[in-house]
Design a protein around this ligand. Structure first.
Ligand SMILES: [Zn+2]
Length: 340
């Protein structure tokens, strides 16, 4: 795949208009444009700029912060792959506004049609923008269990997210269904560009999808991989997740895009997720077996070497409550099996 085959467009920005300004009137117009762009960046524009990670593969990196009014819930990595005939988008972002801006940003790179949008799982920062893709007639793919979870939990989570980041971002966002669901791996060809969509059930969520571009070796791991940030576990089965990480590590990938955190080329960073979720399981299991309360687990704070991870404290607080409740409800035989 060459850049020519991707039909890349000129990437000049509107700011280059200053060089073209021929008189006072034009300079004034340019100032107005600049002021508008600056206001949008502070107000309600995500300012998405595609970052190339391989020929024909681009990422929109999410913020490593918590959900805040500054980032509008733009905390997950999203991206797209350009073939010689069509484009596949990965994730839809947290709001309809994000989905629309993502589609516009894809347009700044290629005028080929966006054929697919693969939503790796139901969590709001990955899925809530999918209405913008449906509206544009794009095939939106999800695992059926995740589509069901999105329909059931989405409305309450949208209210919660709006309270955290503000209505300026979430306005117009509605909870929509994918156009297609899949329970088995799927192979698609974007035109001289074979891409695998892998189904990994029951790990981080009930049905995580992973996108692997065979041409470049770029893999979008979704939230099966967090780098430098504490992985969240509200719907996780940690034992299955650990098995999925082994499978993903052995894929022939060269560039990995985690759901959260910097892009990686070294599988050693899988330890960020693997060690953290192993720790959560063993620490909380120990507490349930010895009769310690969740408060006693939380009291000393997040131990080393995890304390420096982004969002470690709040994620630990939620994870202890989520897993404690789940493990406490298990019978002794199940707990024994988990402890092995
Ligand atoms: Zn997630």
């Amino acid at each position: 795949m060459t850049p020519k085959a991707c039909r890349l467009k000129d990437s000049r920005t509107p700011l280059s208009c200053s060089r073209r300004a021929a008189g006072l009137a034009r300079a004034a117009a340019c100032l107005i444009l600049f002021t508008t762009v600056a206001w949008d960046a502070v107000g309600a524009s995500y300012g998405l700029r595609p970052q190339p990670v391989a020929p024909g593969v681009y990422v929109f990196p999410g913020s490593q912060d918590a959900l805040t009014p500054d980032n509008g819930a733009n905390i997950a990595n999203t991206g797209f792959i350009v073939g010689s005939r069509e484009v596949l988008a990965v994730e839809a972002g947290p709001t309809r506004r994000y989905g629309k801006e993502m589609l516009a940003a894809i347009r700044s790179v290629t005028d080929l049609p966006v054929r697919y949008a693969v939503i790796t799982h139901r969590h709001p920062d990955h899925s809530f923008g999918l209405g913008a893709f449906r509206e544009a007639g794009i095939d939106v793919l999800m695992h059926p269990a995740e589509a069901e979870g999105l329909a059931n939990e989405g409305p309450a989570l949208l209210e919660f997210m709006t309270a955290l980041v503000g209505e300026a971002w979430t306005q117009g966002t509605t909870i929509e269904a994918p156009s297609e669901t899949l329970t088995e791996d799927r192979h698609v060809d974007l035109g001289d560009r074979p891409v695998d969509i892998l189904v990994l059930e029951g790990g981080h969520s009930s049905g995580d999808l992973v996108v692997h571009d065979r041409t470049s070796g770029v893999a979008f791991f979704g939230d099966l991989l967090f780098v430098g940030r504490a992985a969240t576990v509200p719907h996780a089965d940690i034992g299955v997740w650990l098995m999925h990480l082994d499978r993903l590590e052995s894929l022939p990938w060269t560039t990995g895009v985690p759901g959260h955190g910097p892009i990686l080329d070294d599988p050693a960073r899988f330890a960020d997720t693997r060690d953290w979720i192993r720790f959560l399981r063993s620490r909380i299991l120990e507490a349930v077996l010895t009769g310690e309360s969740p408060a006693e687990v939380l009291d000393p704070g997040v131990p080393e070497p995890f304390a420096g991870m982004v969002e470690a404290g709040p994620t630990f607080g939620r994870a202890v409550l989520q897993l404690y409740r789940r493990y406490e409800a298990m019978d002794p035989a199940e707990l024994d099996a988990l402890a092995q």
